[in-house]
Design a protein around this ligand. Sequence first.
Ligand SMILES: N[C@@H](CCC(=O)N[C@@H](CS)C(=O)NCC(=O)O)C(=O)O
Length: 219
Amino acid sequence: MSMKLYAHPFSSYCQKVLIALYENETPFEFRMLAPGEEQNAAEHAALWPMKRMPVLVDEGRAVVEASIIIEHLGLYHPGPVRLIPEGRRAALNVRMMDRFFDNYIMTPMQKLVFDSLRAAENRDRQGVAEARQMLDVAYGWLNDRMKGREWAEGDAFSLADCAAAPSLFYADWAHPIGEAFANVHAYRRRLLARPSFARAVDEARPYRQFFPRGAPDRD
Ligand SMILES: N[C@@H](CCC(=O)N[C@@H](CS)C(=O)NCC(=O)O)C(=O)O
């Protein structure tokens, strides 16, 4: 039975999982979550009432949360690219960086994006200011950390880079990474050149007009 991924190509957390699937050319069926795909939406809501994507279904079992889906793929469908290192200490370091990208880049980036979709009278000015502040601190911390590094943790592309790619991609659109953070820019460019992420970005191109206030004409 082939795995099913309930997802949308433009979603950052879906791209995080798509990168992992593409890294190992893991076969799966894409179940599109978009207006007009009512059957997929109903199945998705029944599988995961939180209605967040992506959701992976493997052998009839729903697996949720992008990081856990990538862990699941490594455990049940391993391929030549190991996204979580074998050693427990190295794996812990990768998971720590995965948490950094989700909590301190993806979360404030989503806050900016979702806030700009709200009606003007419902905007959360303080929350937006805090999200921008968090992104500036996170960019600075990451800039120091990426000095002399190719990937987020260790010598190889990992789960942490799967989290980094869409989070930095969209964060730079929502709250541009300052020019002073040259290591972060260089890392973002390396991520964009990685074939698995380049493919996810290309597949999402038709949806760029949905980015609130318009996607910049680059990347
Ligand atoms: N913690 C979840 C977050 C997933 C998430 O926020 N997904 C977004 C798309 S990037 C979503 O489903 N948004 C739909 C909505 O907010 O209604 C994960 O790691 O998978």
